[in-house]
Design a protein around this ligand. Sequence first.
Ligand code: T3D
Length: 263
Amino acid sequence: MSDDAPSLLVATQCAVRVLTLNRPAALNSFTAEMHARLRAALDEAAGDASVRALVVTGTGRGFCAGQDLNDPAMAGPDADVGAIVERVYKPLALRIRSMPVPVVAAVNGVAAGAGANFALGCDLVVAACSASFIQAFSKIALIPDCGGTWLLPRLVGRQRALGLALTGDKLAAEEAARIGLIWQCVDDAMLMDTALVLATRLAAMPSKALAETRRAIDDALGMDYASALSMEAERQGVLGRAPDAREGVAAFVAKRAPKFSDR
Ligand code: T3D
């Protein structure tokens, strides 16, 4: 691969935007430059009404190995790691979580450090059977970032979160699916087809309601039962008055496919 190859590839298939991390020689680890491209591409997709689902994946044998430990701007001896996490990893995690459309991670190979948590922060994670997840932070004397401390215990419970984070052991995709860390593990050859079929299906669904579902589930995790029920009533009220809900009901009654447009 030439040094001039873009570190992020952007493609569109119907209503699905596919973002591919493209630094395979370094297992698609994050440089400042790749962060900037990814951020711009996510912002652009969020603002483009024709985009109704997103797939993120990587080229080569890795999905993403987290921070590029050779990037002097971000991992050199003088790097302020806390400031970097605040400046790039926190906004990345929040951007994914606030996308107006569903985000599917198609994990094609090893996902380590912030690369693992970037994937786990997506709405649905589909991984190739040969892929793996590594909370590599403890091996370089750091804690999980890019949302790892929040995501891991919520996805797999405190004991498994600590097991993964303290040991930094590699977790095979099949086991990740078995314990509920990810949505699905598929044959390597089926990864992109599976992710694209899933994303295309989600793209035809009511985007606004899907994004509100994500927000409600995340918010409910911090609420008591009664508060969650009140939150559901309030937000259902807003969605119920929106055009997509009217279209959904009208399509059901008319026995036709709905055409959703809210975003
Ligand atoms: O600024 C900050 O630091 C704050 C942000 C922190 C967030 C983080 O993500 S911290 C965690 C950083 N990531 C890691 O610690 C993972 C480092 N990589 C690995 O442990 C291993 O590469 C893997 C377990 C992921 C894969 O192992 P393996 O044996 O399959 O591949 P490999 O031979 O180690 O790597 C292949 C190439 O990718 C190799 O380059 P080479 O020798 O062929 O020229 C290797 O150096 C390169 N590579 C892999 N990971 C990184 C990397 N280069 C730079 N940065 C990496 N993170």
